[in-house]
Design a protein around this ligand. Structure first.
Ligand SMILES: [Zn+2]
Length: 282
């Protein structure tokens, strides 16, 4: 009977496996064990080859550790939420993954594209710029209207002076960083009164800084708004499609600049300043 021994051993092993399978069910386990012990001879006589291999492997079907299951559900959920947020709100992620746009300035643009309050602007093509005299240049359409405005002001006894017009992004960079170190300002303090390079209306060739020839002490100062030139501009600049970019308490958060006017008299200029105009009127 030596050949029968392995069969009995196999059957016993299967029985053992079944017992271990039901171990996790404390209510049923003792009853089943008792009833099976009554059928012991029948199982012992069965040929172990009749038991499918898959059935022998059933211990692998034990329920997963509930903590592992919870961990898998939570991490899977977190991944799904992250993917959904990335698809719905790609901008914040892109914003934080890209380096700050201005070297030497540790600031990133907001969701509306503004950097420390200033909207981004490209640089005018040299072919679109014309000379104003004194080395100043402006976009052709803006230059034509500005000339007409200066003539009209003079006729009213007001001498407007062009202090600054087109500035390349490189010139703006020098202005921003040189004056910043000269005045011992932080970049954020500097941005209150001057746009970072790539964020200046002057680079578009549509913006001018104007002064009053009879009150040079008010040049580029908030006190320019006490001059006859400013009073005249407030009353007449719109006829030449010039508008004050940074009025007092402007929503952009840029400091009050009564001397800085931008031209919005062409479709191209209007489109360029549309985000700023929409922001100011919201
Ligand atoms: Zn300006």
């Amino acid at each position: 009977m030596t050949a029968a021994r392995p069969e009995i051993d196999d059957a016993a092993a299967v029985e053992k496996d079944r017992d271990s399978l039901t171990d996790f069910s404390p209510v049923n386990a003792p009853t089943q064990r008792q009833s099976r012990s009554g059928r012991q001879p029948r199982i012992a006589n069965r040929n172990a080859d009749d038991i499918p291999v898959a059935q022998r492997a059933t211990p692998q079907l034990r329920p997963a550790n509930p903590w592992l299951l919870r961990l898998a559900i939570v991490s899977g959920g977190a991944v799904l939420v992250a993917v959904a947020l990335t698809l719905v709100f790609p901008q914040p992620l892109r914003r934080w993954l890209t380096p700050p746009p201005v070297a030497g300035l540790d600031a990133r643009p907001g969701l509306d594209g503004r950097l420390l309050g200033h909207f981004p602007y490209g640089q005018a093509a040299a072919s679109d710029l014309v000379e104003l005299g004194d080395g100043q240049r402006l976009q052709r359409d803006a230059a034509r209207e500005l000339s007409a405005m200066l003539v009209a002001a003079r006729a009213d006894g007001v001498e407007l002076v062009v202090l600054s017009a087109f500035r390349s992004i490189d010139q703006q960079k020098a202005l921003f960083f040189d004056v910043k170190s000269e005045r011992n300002q932080t970049a954020r303090e500097r941005a209150r009164v001057s746009a970072p390079p790539g964020y200046s209306e002057h680079s578009t060739g549509y913006a001018v800084d104007l002064g009053d020839a009879s009150a040079a002490g008010t040049n580029l100062s908030p006190s320019f708004d006490t001059t006859a030139a400013f009073q005249w501009l407030q009353a007449n600049a719109h006829r030449y499609h010039f508008t004050l970019s940074f009025p007092r308490n402007n929503p952009q958060g840029v400091s009050y600049e009564p001397w800085h006017w931008r031209f919005e008299g062409t479709a191209e200029a209007l489109k360029l300043f549309e985000p700023a105009a929409r922001f100011a009127n919201r």
